[in-house]
Design a protein around this ligand. Structure first.
Ligand code: SF4
Length: 456
């Protein structure tokens, strides 16, 4: 048995999906994602990073999380947040003709009636920054788990059996990988959709269902938030995810989110999505934002402490919310308002997942957050991302990083620091020659993660 398992890991076996066709002819629109992207890893988002490592090395560690958690009708109880947004949008017009299903249950919904299979993906080809960095460093073990599972989804027996009947539309943050790698045709994908869904996706889907021919790469129009409604999700999102802001506005030159107009979702909208998630059975609310301190920010990125306290305390006081997980944060706001963490920590710390009860190796509770340092050089920061330091001058960036992290650490937040050294060093190119500014953050208790090998 051990030998068989070892052979299977080395071969990188693909899953055996069920094949029986649906008794009722299937649904018109079926939304899905790969098993790897659908999983929530026992509500620990950091384990999801394993999917970006070579599949032969990590399959054993992650595959146990890949099973479906279906509702009684076979639809999925928790799915990618983006997929849930698309579902909510399409259901307004197509109602029960739209379902979200896990690959393990696609055979129950893809059939002769199916006209469109929509797939959401963040890392379909394994070109996300963590995938490229660590696969390049390791150099063995094959392509990333995400890439293998995406390919397995497209080779699903139900997709193959009824392929002539429907179109495949792929959206999500990773569509650029398919376009730039030139693999769209090879993967059998009819349409790629990039951008926000609210303004254009419904029209695109209508045209596909009418049989109109569209360009293979479609860019969604930015929503006009004065007229366009952002729908409330209708089913549970992975990790209990809830969007609180969209866009950023700091204007870093390499960044996609900053190209979107910044909005803060109203508290009422946020709490409706919290409710949907807890009703689906989630104990965690994962705050989706580019910056946990950005919600209803004051001008020049001075954090709105009163609003943030109200937001987080309202979520925390929901009787069914056991954990709150924040994702990303900017570092400058913790210095722009020195009372910010003093007031937020007592709300967030009792709601952290990361306690000695969760893992014995954790000596005391802590809150985690991901922060982008990007570079320690004011010169590079000034040239490519001067807005990161606001409301302070970018010339002070190393001091902001060092002092900000000490403040974060004192508040029992553990930051995962991302440094991106791909930026050319100025006129002469090459990395910045200032090693001191890179060394300083090492004195802070954090996970420091350099991200290299970005595609151009
Ligand atoms: S601060 Fe972060 S989210 Fe905002 S523009 Fe810069 S990289 Fe993008």
């Amino acid at each position: 048995m051990i030998l068989g398992r070892l052979q299977s890991i080395l071969r990188g076996d693909l899953p055996d999906f069920p094949e029986e066709p649906p008794g009722d002819g299937g649904r018109r629109i079926v939304l899905t994602a790969s098993r790897a992207e659908m999983a929530d890893f026992g509500m620990d988002p950091y384990i999801a990073f394993y999917n970006t490592f070579p599949h032969k090395l990590v399959r054993r560690a992650v595959e146990k999380y890949f099973q479906s958690r279906p509702n009684p009708d076979g639809t999925e109880r928790f799915a990618l947040y983006g997929l849930r947004k698309v579902e909510a949008l399409l259901k307004e017009k197509y109602g029960d003709d739209v379902v979200v299903a896990h690959p393990d249950n696609l055979h129950r919904f893809i059939g002769p009636r199916t006209e469109l299979v929509g797939i959401s993906t963040m890392d379909p080809v394994g070109l996300a920054y963590v995938s490229t960095t660590y696969n390049s460093i390791l150099g063995f073990g094959g392509i990333s788990m995400n890439a293998v599972e995406f390919k397995a989804l497209l080779n699903h027996p139900s997709i193959k059996r009824y392929r002539e009947n429907f179109k495949i539309l792929v959206g999500g943050a990773g569509v650029w990988q398919i376009r730039d790698s030139g693999w769209q045709k090879e993967l059998g994908i009819d349409y790629l959709f990039r951008g926000e869904a609210e303004e254009s996706l419904l029209e695109v889907v209508e045209k596909i269902l009418k049989g109109e021919k569209l360009p293979p790469y479609i860019v969604g129009k930015p929503p006009d938030y004065n007229k366009t409604n952002i729908p409330v999700i209708k089913g549970g999102a992975s990790y209990g995810m809830v969007e609180i802001t969209r866009g950023c506005g700091r204007g870093c030159q390499f960044c996609t989110p900053t190209m979107r107009r910044r909005i803060s979702l109203p508290l009422e909208h946020i709490m409706k999505e919290v409710e949907v998630n807890v009703r689906a059975g989630s104990e965690m609310i994962f705050i989706a934002t580019e910056d946990a301190f950005l919600w209803n920010t004051h001008p020049n990125f001075v954090p709105n402490r009163e609003a943030l306290v109200k937001l987080y305390s309202t979520i925390a006081s929901h009787p069914s919310v056991r954990y709150i997980q924040i994702s990303h944060a900017a570092i400058a706001p913790v210095l722009a308002d020195r009372k910010l963490l003093d007031e937020l920590t007592p709300i967030l710390l009792p709601k952290t997942r990361y306690t000695p009860d969760y893992k014995r190796t954790y000596k005391r509770p802590f809150v985690t957050v991901e922060v982008g340092i990007e570079s320690g050089s004011p010169r590079i920061m000034k040239r490519y991302m001067r807005g990161k330091a606001l409301p302070f001058s970018v010339e002070k960036w190393p001091e902001i990083v060092v002092e900000g992290y000490w403040r974060v650490q004192r508040s029992r937040l553990v930051a995962s620091l991302h440094s991106d050294d791909r930026a050319p060093g100025g006129e002469g190119g090459g990395p910045d020659p200032n090693p001191e500014s890179h060394r300083r953050p090492e004195r802070v208790k954090s996970v420091f993660s350099a991200s290299l090998f970005h595609p151009p």
